[in-house]
Design a protein around this ligand. Structure first.
Ligand code: DOR
Ligand code: ZN
Length: 335
C-alpha cells in the first residue's frame, strides 16, 4: 500500500474555540498535528496576558498528554511597547482583524491609520512579534481581499522589519504580493486549494463550504495551487479550520467557517499527489512554518496511507468539509 510520511505537521491558522466545543475538537487537531497557531477571536477576544495564559491552559487540558503545542496569539489592538514586551514570550504572533469583518471581530481595527498604528507595529518589529492579518475590506464580497492589497503594501513599506502574514489568501493578487515585498508571507487553507465560488453557491448552496474570505475564481485557485504545490518558501499551511455547531451552519444566516482540521492532512496528500508534488508537502505543512516562525516542534511522525476513507458525517455536533464523501488517503499511524 502506498504511504506518505509527514514529520511535525503544523497548522498555522486554527480556531479551537472554548468550552465544550474546545474539548470536543482540540483532540482532533492534536491527533494529526504537532502544533497550531491558535486564533484569539473568542468572546471576549484574547487580549491580556492573563487571558493568553488561561486560554492556553484550557487548550492543554483539552488535549491528550501534551501531544500538541498551541502557539498562542493575541487579538490586535494599538498596544504600547511595555505591554507587548510583557506578553512577547507567551505568544507567537498578534492577529489583526478589521472591525466587524468576520466572526467575533467586532473589537478589531476600525481604521488603518498608519500613524495611529505606528507605535504598536514598531514595537512589534523590535520585539520580533509577527503580525497576522485577516486581509479583507468591507467592499463587494468577491473584491474584499484584492482591495486589501493596498493596505498590505502600506504595512509592508512602513514596517520593513515586521513579519506580516497574509492569512488564508484566496486571490491571485495576494499571491503576487509574496514576491513583491520581502516581509510579506501567507497561509493557505486546504479548502481554498479545492474550492471556487462554484463549490459554495454554484449549484445547491453548500453552507459547510462557506467561509470568509469566500472561495474565488478558477484563476485564483490556480494561483494558490502554484505556490502551495511548489511549497514557495513564504507560504505555509493554515487550515483556518473554524467549527460552528451544525445548527449555526444549516440555517438562515449561516455562520462563516469551514471545519477541516481532522481531514486536512489526508486531503492535502490527495491534492499534492494528484499534481505529482507529494515531495513538497513536508515543506508546505511544516518546514516553511518552522523557518518563518522560528519554531522547533517536538518530534511527531504521521504516516498516511492511500486507501479510500469516508469522511464522517459529523464530529460531535460539527459537520466537516467533504462530509460523507470518500477521500483517497487516510492516517495509518501517529507517533
Ligand atoms: O470563515 C471564517 N470563520 N473566517 C474567519 O475569519 C473567522 C472564522 C471563524 O472564527 O468562524
Ligand atoms: Zn481564521
Amino acid at each position: 500500500m502506498k504511504t506518505h510520511t509527514l514529520l511535525m505537521p503544523l497548522d498555522m491558522h486554527l480556531h479551537l474555540r472554548d468550552g465544550v466545543m474546545l474539548e470536543n475538537i482540540a483532540p482532533l487537531s492534536a491527533y494529526s498535528f504537532s502544533g497550531g497557531l491558535v486564533m484569539p477571536n473568542l468572546v471576549p477576544p484574547v487580549a491580556t496576558l492573563e487571558e493568553i495564559k488561561a486560554y492556553k491552559a484550557r487548550i492543554m487540558a483539552s488535549v491528550p498528554n501534551d501531544y500538541f503545542e498551541p502557539y498562542m496569539t493575541l487579538f490586535y489592538k494599538n498596544y504600547d511597547k511595555k505591554f507587548l514586551a510583557s506578553v512577547a514570550e507567551h505568544i507567537v504572533a498578534i492577529k489583526l482583524y478589521p472591525a466587524g469583518i468576520t466572526t467575533n471581530s467586532e473589537g478589531g481595527v476600525a481604521s488603518f491609520d498608519i500613524e495611529q498604528m505606528r507605535p504598536t507595529l514598531e514595537a512589534m518589529s523590535v520585539l520580533g512579534i509577527p503580525l497576522c492579518v485577516h486581509g479583507e475590506t468591507d467592499g463587494f464580497v468577491m473584491d474584499r481581499e484584492a482591495e486589501f492589497m493596498s493596505i498590505y503594501e502600506l504595512l509592508a513599506q512602513n514596517f520593513p522589519d515586521l513579519k506580516i502574514i497574509m492569512e488564508h489568501i484566496t486571490t491571485k493578487e495576494a499571491v503576487a504580493m509574496l514576491d513583491k515585498y520581502e516581509n510579506l508571507y501567507a497561509t493557505i487553507t486546504v479548502h481554498h486549494l479545492l474550492f471556487t465560488l462554484d463549490d459554495v453557491v454554484g449549484g445547491m448552496m453548500m453552507p459547510h463550504n462557506f467561509c470568509k474570505p469566500i472561495a474565488k475564481r478558477p484563476e485564483d485557485l490556480d494561483a494558490l495551487l502554484s505556490v502551495a504545490l511548489e511549497a514557495h518558501p513564504k507560504v505555509m499551511f493554515g487550515s483556518d479550520s473554524a467549527p460552528h455547531p451544525k445548527e449555526k451552519k444549516e440555517c438562515s444566516g449561516c455562520a462563516a467557517g469551514v471545519f477541516s482540521a481532522p481531514i486536512a492532512l489526508q486531503v492535502l496528500c490527495e491534492i499534492f499527489e494528484q499534481y505529482d508534488k507529494l515531495e513538497n508537502l513536508q515543506a508546505f505543512v511544516s518546514d516553511n512554518a518552522q523557518s518563518i516562525y522560528k519554531l522547533c516542534p517536538e518530534f511527531k511522525e504521521v504516516i498516511l496511507e492511500k486507501r479510500p476513507f469516508v469522511v464522517p458525517p459529523h464530529y460531535s455536533n460539527v459537520v466537516p468539509m467533504l462530509a460523507n464523501q470518500t477521500i483517497s488517503w487516510a492516517i495509518r499511524s501517529v507517533e
